[in-house]
Structures are given as C-alpha cells and as structure tokens.
Design a protein around this ligand. Structure first.
Ligand code: ASP
Length: 634
C-alpha cells in the first residue's frame, strides 16, 4: 500500500505558501497533522517544520485516490501533488499564515504509515511528561518544540558569530579527562586498558581553558557539554551545555563587555534589544538590598527603615532596635483582608520563626499606632499608596536562642552574638561594612519573604510578564564559605579563583573577610553564569590551597599537572561560563530546561526514550575488571 518517493522532488515547505502562489503546481511532503472526512471531500492538514497547509482531495480526484486518502491517519508521512487555489472568503483561516490558500491534490503518495500514537502533535491538551519523553520524536514534532529547538540553534549561532567577530577561537577540550575542580561528583568512565583506572567526564573545561591561556590562545570559547553527578533537583540536568570562555590579561570589565555583547546578540534573536552595560552590584549590596546574591530587579529593592522608628517603638513591637529593620514593597497589590494576610503567612519560610525573625504585615494597624514612622517608611522605601508594605526585623531574643550554625574560627565578621548590630562589623579597605551573621539572617529572611510575595502577587504587579528582562553583575563574592559539617573553609567558587588584591593579607588571619575576584551575571533572580579572574601565580595558589586545608600531597594528586603548568609563564587570565540551556529557556519563555533540550533526562536522571541507564553484560564488566555489588551493599 505504501508508495515510493521515486524521483519526486519537494517544491515548497508546507508553511510557505501564500495567496500569491495561487495557480502554481506544487509538491509538498510532510506529516498528516489532522484528517477531516466530509464524505465527498477529504481534508489533510499537512505539516512540516515550517507550518501547515490544507490539502483537499475532491471527488474529481477519482475513487482510487479517495480510498487512499480515506486510509490516511494522523502522522502518516505523505506527498501531495497539486495546485494552489485561493480559498473562498468564508473558509479563510486567519489563524495560520497559509490560511488563504489550499492545495487541491491530483496525486497523493503515502510514504509511510504510523502506528496509533499515545498522543499526537496536534492534540490541544499536552500529554503527561513521561509519555512525551518516551516518545520524544513525536513530542519534538509539536510546533512549540520545533520553535524551541530552532530558537536554540539561532541563539547558539548568534553567540558564535559574536565571539568570532571579537577574535575568539572555538577550541575543543577532552570529554575523557580527570576530575575537575567544580566540586560536584564526577561521572566516571572505566578504562579497559588500565583496569581499575578511570577517566572522569568534565564538570567544565576549567583547567583546560586555563591551560589554553598558558598556551597562548588568548581568547578562547566553546559551547560545550559539561557533566555533573549532582543530587537531583527539579530543574537540573546531569549533562548540560555551557558557553565557556577565557581571556588573557583581562580585568573583570573585559569579561563583562564580552558577555554583554554575546547576550545582546542572543536576545536579539527574539527581537529584544538589551541595554548594555548591565548594572553592577557587590555581593554585600545585593544581600542588603535583595537579601540574596541573585537579585530579581524587576521589583523594588528592600530598604533599611530602622531610622523611621524610635527605639522604644521598636521595642513595643518586640523588634530589636539594634539590628536592621527592612521594608519590602510589592507594587500594586492594593488592600488585603485579614484573612488574605493570614494566608500569606503560610508562604513564608519556616526558618523565619526558628531564627526569630519578625514579619510585620499589618501596615494599617501600625499606621494607627505610629503614623509618623509609617509615613517615613513610605518615604524611605518609595512605596506608593497602592503598594503592599511588609516590615521584617529581628525578634528580641535572649542570647543563644534562634541561632543557626556554628561560628567560623577566625575573623570577627561572623560573630553570632545578638544585639551586636553592625557594631562588630570591621571595615575592609574598600570601605564596605561587613554584615554580622545575625544581620545576614535578617536580610536573607526578608529576601525570602519578598520573593514569596512577589510570586503570589505576580498577576497584580505584572512585573513578571515575559519580555521584562533585568540583568546585572554581582561582584566581590566572598572567597571562602564556612562548611559547618566539616568545620573548615571551602572555596566559594573554585580554588583557582583569585582573591582580591587588597585582601591578600587576610588569607590566613581572617579568611571570611577575603573577597574573590569572582562575578555572576544574573537575570530576573536567576544566575545565568559565573566566573572569575584566576590565580596565575604559583605562590598565591599555594596559599589558597593552604587556606583550604589541602595538604601538599592532596594538591599534587588532584592538580599536580596544573600546578606544574602554572610555573611555565602563565599570563594573568580570567573567564566565565554561562548556561546555554537556561538562556534558551528564558528566551523561549519555557517552564523547564527539558522544554529546550532535545533529548533531556528526567529529574531522576533517566533517559526515558533510550531507557538509560541500564545494566551491562557480565562480559563487558569483566573486560573492565569491574564487579558490581548489590544495591543493598552500597
Ligand atoms: N568553570 C566554572 C563553572 O563551570 C566557570 C568559570 O569559572 O569560568 O562554574
């Protein structure tokens, strides 16, 4: 029953025919999106990646062709040969670009059939995601997926073209390598030739790109797959794609301008003209103004409104007058009833109560008791009359209550004592005032309340509509993070990140105060990428490893080859990596990374289409010298 393609040539794509093509003879090929049988007339909506054209088989075509068209089902692959005809005015379909015409077929070839499907690309209700992923090839035929994959292609090309125009070389680095320093678990590849030995799949090309700088390729980039065996979270993929770059002799701004340039090119694919340069904010500022290191600037920043209140008034409210009092403003929320406010409290993180952080959300009542203070709060926070204001402060607690975590050993900045306010915050050379641990808790708690309210009232403030993009650079991250469980300092980025030149003397005396030359690019509250200026001197690298408590033996065994390379004329260098999947997801307005990755894995790291991972044969294991222990022994 099936026909051969023979020497038939496609003349047009299904989505490109217009009224001006009326009268032409065309050959279309594609999938049957839908078939409608009106007895005498059979309509086939023929679809390819460019769109849909309506094909009509009339009674004139003869019984044989009519029978053929009757046999056709959804997703059969057919060729239609016929003439383009203008539709009658009352049958024009304004919803599709080809809606003014149809093709009257005089020949139909069925190139392939299709088994009954669990769902079809023309279904108006989306199938369950597991089914979509199992039959990914059918899912990818849906116009939304075709659009996302096309967009992904355009974005990647725009980025490549931009970087090429700036003199960058795209250089490949190995997939089979040894462990890299990003800090997640590695995927391992066993070596058959050296039983018991393993390659690691790269978590990023970090060390290779730094070595490329040592090799004299002073502008490198790669759109590259990275592999991280991280604990599974909703929107993570074990393999993902980064736009990875490295530059010799840069200042952070050198990197910023390049990234702004390629993001501008990427955003122009959806017609958005990004304003550059992006604003810049230090990590400390971000915590004070947004309570988080990835600020969502689509809504107003928080404001410290402590000065609006007399200390006695704060005491009446059981709020610690020595600590920050933060106002959160969510625009255009309007009046809320008591009941609505009670419901909102369920959205606040449970941590707030444990940390004794108070949320004052009844502004009307506060206004009655402290009219001047609230007028001042409005002034300081810039709140309009229609905006919802919530005030967050530290509850008054006795010493030792509500504390979380231990105090790192050196440096006064994290002293967990309550009521110390900013008094214990030493000044660092840049003039920034460091936050105490308690102050951070307040800002971070307020930041979480701000985000919860922002989500809840998205409809009212309207700032989250697709197309509103707010980007910024966050700089001056702390160099080290205190690891409570291990009781030691960890590198906050990776151990090849350079400390700030002004903070070198604190590496041993006060690690918590050391700032890194590390930066993140953030969009709408999401981190798009992060990078740093690197350490290019072996003496500084040794100090950092020491501060991280890494023994010389461990340094050698993990990074010996790299430490050696650093000693052979390493130029100052720095770079960054951005997640391509995330950029595409944001530009497509998609809800999940899986919507923009052709063959993604589930949140449980399973590929449902090919059914991976799977056990392998005993023979394969034997060749590799591997014995698998039972699950229960792990
Ligand atoms: N390799 C780093 C990462 O993947 C990025 C960088 O520092 O360039 O997070």
């Amino acid at each position: 029953m099936l026909d051969f393609l023979g020497d038939l040539k496609r003349t047009h794509m299904c989505g490109e025919l217009r009224a001006s093509d009326a009268g032409s003879k065309v050959v279309l090929m594609g999938w049957v999106n839908k078939r409608r049988d009106l007895g005498n007339l059979i309509f086939l909506d023929l679809r390819d990646r460019s769109g849909i054209t309506q094909v009509v088989i009339t009674a004139d075509a003869g019984a044989a062709m009519h029978d053929k068209a009757t046999a056709v089902r959804s997703e059969f692959v057919v060729a239609a040969i016929g003439n383009v005809k203008l539709r009658d005015a009352n049958t024009v379909n304004k919803n599709i670009p080809t809606g003014e015409i149809e093709v009257v077929a005089d020949e139909l070839r069925i190139l392939n059939d299709c088994k009954p499907l669990p769902f079809t690309p023309s279904d108006s209700v989306l199938a369950n995601e597991e089914v979509r992923l199992k039959y990914r090839y059918v899912d990818l035929r849906r116009p939304e997926m075709q659009h996302n994959i096309e967009l992904r292609h355009k974005i990647a090309i725009a980025i490549r073209e931009y970087l090429n125009s700036q003199g960058f070389y795209e250089i490949e680095t190995p997939f089979m390598t040894r462990s890299t320093p990003e800090g997640a678990r590695d995927y391992l590849v066993p070596s058959r030739v050296y039983p018991g030995e393993f390659y690691a799949l790269p978590q990023s090309p970090q060390l290779f790109k730094q070595i490329l700088m040592i090799s004299g390729f002073d502008k490198y980039f790669q759109i590259v797959r990275c592999f991280r065996d991280e604990d599974l979270r909703a929107d993570r993929q074990p393999e993902f794609t980064q736009i990875d770059l490295e530059i010799s002799f840069p200042r952070p701004e050198t990197v910023f301008r390049v990234v702004e340039g390629f993001l501008k090119a990427a955003f122009s694919t959806i017609g958005v003209d990004l304003a550059t340069p992006f604003p810049q904010m230090s990590y400390d500022q971000a915590i004070r103004l947004y309570g988080i290191d990835k600020p969502d600037m689509r809504l107003p920043a928080m404001a410290d409104v402590r000065e609006a209140f007399a200390p006695e008034n704060l005491e009446t409210l059981h709020v610690d007058a020595e600590l920050p009092v933060v106002a959160i403003v969510i625009p255009k929320v309007g009046e809320l009833s008591r009941k609505e406010r009670d419901e909102l409290r369920l959205l606040y993180p449970a941590r707030l109560a444990q940390q004794s952080i108070k949320v004052l959300d009844d502004i009307r009542r506060l206004e009655k008791s402290f009219p001047q203070s609230i007028a001042k709060v409005r002034e300081l926070s810039g709140a309009g009359t229609d905006d919802y204001i919530v005030i967050v402060g530290a509850g008054i607690v006795s010493f030792g209550e509500g504390s979380e975590g231990e105090t790192p050993p050196t440096g006064g900045h994290v002293g967990g004592s309550y009521g110390s306010g900013s008094g214990d915050a030493g000044n660092v050379p840049s003039g920034r005032t460091r936050l105490s641990m308690r102050e951070r808790q307040i800002f971070e708690g307020a930041g979480q309340v701000r985000l919860a309210l922002a989500q809840k009232f998205a409809e009212r403030h309207g700032a989250f509509k697709h197309g509103n993009f707010r980007l910024l650079w966050v700089t001056d991250f702390p160099m080290f993070e205190w690891d409570e469980t291990e009781g030691r300092w960890n590198a906050a980025h990776h151990p090849f990140t350079s400390p700030h030149e002004h903070d070198m003397d604190k590496l041993e005396s006060d690690p918590g105060a050391v700032r890194a030359l590390a930066y993140d690019v953030v969009i709408n509250g999401t981190e798009l990428g992060s990078g740093s200026i690197r350490i290019h001197r072996q003496d500084i690298q040794a100090k950092i490893f020491k501060a991280l408590g890494m023994s010389p033996e461990e340094q050698q065994s993990r990074f010996g080859f790299f430490l050696e390379a650093l000693q052979y004329g390493t130029p100052p260098h720095g770079g960054i990596a951005l997640g391509l999947d995330r950029i595409v997801m944001i530009l497509a307005g998609a809800e999940s990374l899986r919507e923009v990755i052709p063959f993604p894995k589930t949140a449980k790291a399973v590929d449902l289409m090919v059914d991976a991972p799977t056990p392998v044969s005993d023979r394969q294991l034997k060749e590799l010298g591997i014995a698998v222990v039972g699950k229960k022994d792990l």
